[in-house]
Design a protein around this ligand. Structure first.
Ligand SMILES: [Ca+2]
Length: 290
């Protein structure tokens, strides 16, 4: 009896020792559980593949060529790749669906899309314009030309006359002052009145026909304005003898004449001259010769 008790005690002690010697740590238990789960997963996986192959063989009467089984690491990588691809595909599908839905809504609201022919914009025609070359105004110095109308046109005895009196000391006076130049421009004295303050005038002379508009004798001469000494007549002819094709010509052949007699000889009184000038003003004389 004592021996049995001893053996039992030894057995229990051994068990305790054995248990304590081979007991797993919590981490080891977790790892062992994971390994068992992995083993079971692979067993199931392989069983499924085998069953799929079997079914395929039955249906198609030919062996299923399966992709070699992937390792856990490979499966993980493939899962990531496939998940990404699936996510991208879904995103694209969603995008297309959204666009289609938008198009549908737009069509509902605004009607079917109108397919318009793209407007081909024709480039504007290039208008080639010839630049307008403007010639700058040339500032020219006025050319003072000597009138060509001179003695060649007025070369008559009347133009080159020595004056109405043969005794005149003034010879060829019209050509001397180039009077024809003024005449050619229209300056013939027309509209002007020349007052001759002198010894009177031979009023009946053809050189003064229709030229004498006013006469006044300031010396109460017995012969009136008639020129006794001829000086006044000579001065009047130099000033305005008619350009009538004969005799002489005056500087202003178309001018009118106003005759103021202040002497019957070759001298005169300045007081009378002043009176004559005042008179000339009243009759509208433009210029006076004393
Ligand atoms: Ca004449």
């Amino acid at each position: 009896m004592k021996l049995k008790k001893l053996l039992l005690a030894l057995t229990l002690a051994t068990s305790v020792i054995s248990y304590q010697a081979f007991a797993l740590t919590p981490a080891e238990e977790v790892a062992q559980a994971k390994a068992a789960a992995d083993a079971k997963w692979w067993a199931n996986y392989n069983a499924i593949l085998a069953e799929q192959a079997k079914q395929y063989q039955i249906v198609y009467d030919k062996p299923l060529v399966t992709t070699p089984a992937l390792t856990p690491a490979e499966i993980s990588a493939k899962e990531v790749t496939d998940a990404k691809a699936a996510a991208a595909a879904k995103a694209e599908a969603d995008r297309v669906a959204i666009l289609a839905e938008q198009a549908r809504q737009i069509a509902i609201v605004y009607g079917p899309a109108v397919v318009t022919t793209p407007v081909v914009e024709t480039p504007p025609a290039v208008v080639v314009t010839t630049p307008v070359v403007t010639t700058p105004a040339v500032v020219t110095t006025p050319v003072v030309t000597t009138p060509t109308i001179d003695i060649a046109t007025f070369a008559t005895a009347e133009y080159t006359s020595a004056g109405i009196n043969a005794s005149s000391i003034i010879d060829d006076y019209l050509r001397g002052i180039n009077a024809s130049s003024a005449w050619a421009r229209g300056y013939t004295g027309a509209g002007s009145k020349i007052l001759i303050i002198d010894s009177g005038i031979n009023a009946n002379h053809s050189e003064f026909l229709n030229s004498i508009t006013d006469t006044k004798d300031f010396v109460n001469s017995a012969i009136g304005i008639t020129d006794k000494v001829g000086h006044g007549t000579s001065m009047a002819s130099i000033a305005a003898a008619n350009w009538n094709g004969t005799g002489v010509a005056g500087v202003a052949p178309d001018a009118m004449l106003a005759i103021a007699k202040v002497t019957d000889n070759t001298s005169f009184n300045f007081a009378q001259a002043r009176n004559a000038i005042s008179w000339g003003v009243t009759i509208g004389a433009d210029v006076a010769n004393i």
